[in-house]
Design a protein around this ligand. Structure first.
Ligand SMILES: *[C@@H]1O[C@H](CO)[C@@H](O)[C@H](O)[C@H]1NC(C)=O
Ligand SMILES: *[C@@H]1O[C@H](CO)[C@@H](O)[C@H](O)[C@H]1NC(C)=O
Length: 361
């Protein structure tokens, strides 16, 4: 008999050997090509088994597939009801979100009782540290006299979330200081499924809108041409809104100077041109998906990221904004964001994560 120790040695040895073999194979282009060929051959015909079946059996398998399509349509109904539930619960959350907004923008001063919060045990400070913190806090209070509400609440949330801070430019920050609330509105019953993100701003020097909107259309029906891929509602497209920029404040534009040579006379003159500038506010003018559904690579990448962001704001940020403000929610989300791939594949599946435990299958 082999002792346990030997066993381990053998396993390790086998692993090393396998690894070496793999490395050698991967370095040999012929083996690699052959491997690829076999993989390609396997796609769509997992085993060749289906082909080997008698005609009468294949015929019945088709009947099973038709049943499967019917299942997909029932599943679509399931997700419609989930959407209804979401709408119902959204109405229950809303008063709390409204109160949050009131506190943030200083429309309401919470009572002492409402402000009582037991710190986590690990956050428990020693007496000495407490004293020090108190002194510093008082000093800070003297410096910044009378802050209103929770200053820069949403801007801080944006800065704390990688997905959003990547879009954030320095020139966006003074504008986002005026952001007072983000609301999620669901489409009404009987309407095509969608949700709208509303960004509420206080009056500011940059644009005259008080609300900027971004609407995500969803598809909650199996695709006729590919019914088996259905796995719940998917984001199919989005529309932004027109921002009424105050003259000279359009941060999504920049002017550049260009030297232009006159062909005939050979004189050189400088012309100014306006070109798009990086900005979070480009979020409100996403690329349009043409009827054909064909997109160039750039637009596709922009949209894939956009769907990801829209989904994230709806699912995570709006429901738990304070935890993104304090930073408490950030670590949990690190491995939560799936990679964007191509748009037509990235149709995000907004409700999938939340309802996994109550999937009908
Ligand atoms: C364009 O972007 C640059 C760099 O992000 C920024 O410094 C500049 O202010 C922007 N231009 C306008 C007109 O906002
Ligand atoms: C602001 O810039 C965008 C391009 O980034 C343009 O489409 C829009 O018309 C501009 N708006 C104003 C009011 O200048």
């Amino acid at each position: 008999m082999v002792s346990c120790c030997d066993c381990q040695v053998m396993v390790v040895f086998a692993l090393v050997l396998a690894r070496q073999l793999t490395m050698q194979m991967m370095q040999n282009p012929q083996i690699l090509a052959a491997l690829q060929e076999r993989l390609d051959g396997l796609v769509g015909s997992p085993s060749g088994y289906m082909e080997s079946l008698p005609k009468v059996v294949k015929r019945r398998v088709n009947a099973l597939k038709n049943l499967q399509v019917k299942c997909a349509h029932i599943e679509a109904k399931f997700y419609e009801e989930v959407h209804e539930l979401e709408r119902k619960y959204a109405a229950l959350y809303q008063p709390l979100f409204d109160k949050r907004s009131d506190i943030v923008r200083a429309a309401y001063e919470p009572t002492d009782e409402e402000c009582e919060w037991k710190p986590d045990e690990e956050e428990e400070l020693t007496e000495e540290m407490k004293e020090k913190a108190k002194v510093e806090e008082e000093k800070k209070d003297e410096e910044k006299e009378d802050p209103k509400g929770i200053p820069e609440f949403w801007l801080t949330v944006f800065k704390n979330v990688d997905l959003l801070s990547e879009m954030l430019q320095e020139h966006d920050e003074p504008i986002l200081k005026h952001l007072q609330d983000i609301k999620v509105k669901f489409s009404d019953a009987g309407q095509p499924m969608s949700f709208t993100l509303e960004f509420h701003f206080e009056p500011n020097d940059f644009f005259t809108n008080t609300v900027l909107t971004k609407t995500y259309k969803m598809r909650s029906e199996p695709d006729e041409s590919d019914p088996f891929s259905f796995d719940g509602p998917e984001i199919m497209g989005c529309t932004g809104c027109t921002i009424d920029w105050v003259k000279g404040k359009n941060v999504t534009l920049k002017t550049i100077k260009k030297k232009q040579k006159h062909k005939g006379r050979g004189t050189v003159r400088t012309v100014t041109k306006t070109v798009p500038n990086d900005s979070f506010f480009n979020f409100f003018s996403p690329p349009e998906v043409p009827e054909s559904g064909e997109l160039d690579e750039d637009s596709e990448a922009v949209l894939a990221a956009d769907f990801e962001i829209g989904h994230f704001i709806r699912e995570r940020i709006v429901p738990r904004a304070v935890l993104y403000f304090t930073g408490e929610a950030i670590e949990d989300d690190d491995d939560d964001v799936s990679e964007p791939s191509s748009v037509m594949k990235v149709k995000r599946r907004p409700t999938r994560r939340t309802i996994q435990t109550m999937s009908p299958r």
